[in-house]
Design a binder for this molecule. Structure first.
Ligand code: 0O2
Length: 197
């Protein structure tokens, strides 16, 4: 867990440096906030079980990509792709997988840009490549995902009919948030025609 915490620290520093540099160049910050978490042992155990593996250190290293998780919240949709590109351009970061749930949202309405990356971390015994999952999303996408996440873990959602109703309403909210994100992006583009923004 210490090793994963160090990987998070490395990636966080990279993001903070990029955000600082961007704010000097463009007088604004593409990153609104950064959150991080280490997956809990129970959640690691459950995921390994689901994948059909025993709860061993080797299986965690080999089969789980998201023990270290970093969430980057951006103001605008195009900031997401700028941050992703700036990270990909760093030669010590290896991109193992991209899942673009913005271009292709999940059926429930979930949108976010996911990157599985590998980064070398230098420990006393040498360099160890560590994997992490970086989720990049707008404030709106994060707002929706946080509420949906909380609701999903509420076990007592009533009958099937109520569950359907809640899912439909969540999907409607996802559409409304997508429309708002797109409008905010249009406004940014309009301002950008007259200013460097
Ligand atoms: P938590 O509590 O956030 O850690 P993979 O093993 O990568 O092939 P996985 O893990 O399903 O398959 O990958 P995926 O689809 O990229 O999703 C991983 C994470 O994305 C989830 O982690 C959530 O954080 C987030 N996520 C994905 N789908 C949804 C969704 O429908 N709603 C919400 N709110 N979040 C979602 P965990 O481990 O599920 O949860």
């Amino acid at each position: 867990m210490m090793m994963y915490r160090c990987a998070i620290r490395e990636i966080r520093t990279k993001l903070e440096v990029l955000d600082d540099e961007f704010s000097i160049t463009y007088k604004r910050n593409p990153i609104s906030s950064i959150k991080s978490r280490i997956k809990t042992p129970l959640s690691i155990y459950n995921k390994l079980q689901r994948l059909g593996y025993d709860f061993t250190e080797q299986n965690i290293r080999e089969h789980l990509n998201d023990v270290a998780g970093i969430r980057v919240i951006c103001s605008f949709i195009d900031d997401i792709y700028s941050v992703a590109k700036l990270l990909s351009d760093q030669d010590d970061i290896t991109i193992l997988r991209i899942k673009d749930y913005i271009q292709k949202p999940k059926p429930n309405g979930y949108r976010s840009y996911h990157m599985i990356v590998e980064i070398p971390v230098f420990f006393a015994e040498g360099k160890t490549p560590m994997r992490a999952e970086i989720q990049i999303r707008t404030i709106g996408m994060d707002f929706w995902a946080s509420l949906e996440h909380q609701l999903r873990y509420k076990k007592d959602l009533g009958s099937n009919e109520q569950y359907e109703l809640i899912s439909r309403k969540l999907s409607e909210c996802a559409h409304a948030i997508t429309a708002t994100d797109n409008q905010m992006q249009d406004i940014k583009n309009l301002i950008g025609e007259y200013n460097e923004f």
